[in-house]
Design a protein around this ligand. Sequence first.
Ligand SMILES: [Zn+2]
Length: 189
Amino acid sequence: MGNEVDLMKALLIVDVQNDFCPGGPMAVPGGDKVIPVINSLMGSFPLVIASKDWHPKDSIHFKKWPPHCLQDTPGADFHPKLDVSKIKKVFLKGTANKDDGYSAFEATSANLRQFLKKEKVEDLYIVGLATDYCVKATALDADKNGLETFVVEDAVAAVNAKPGDGEKALKAMAHAGVTLINSSEIISE
Ligand SMILES: [Zn+2]
């Protein structure tokens, strides 16, 4: 036990949605640039899953942020360039009238922690948007849940509301035990 071939690694794509990409109300600078990198990674993973920010129209979350990723609207759709064919399951988060849903582990449509356990996932690789918010919250939760957690540095992008926020977030994740890795290291494995 422990090192058999059926130990699973999974790729978790965080919030690669129209509203977080250039043109959206909460565009992450260069948010769409990570998409080809993410697409190129999918083939290296037996399991690919994704999260979506999925807010009700009236949420106190929007006291802090411009309205974004409203349930069942085009802004909440995955970016059209993201290859969705390999995504096995989507986890919806931020679904309540709260300032919630930064971490994919807060998803309410399905329990991410239980799902990963059932799928025997031990290594979780995280990509997507944005480094300094939802990627960070998700990676820290993954680590807390005992998963070997990786963040693919060239497959995430930061809001950088304050310059350096993205770098600071990466450092905080690394400090917590998350491994920062480059996509080229995964694809050549
Ligand atoms: Zn949100």
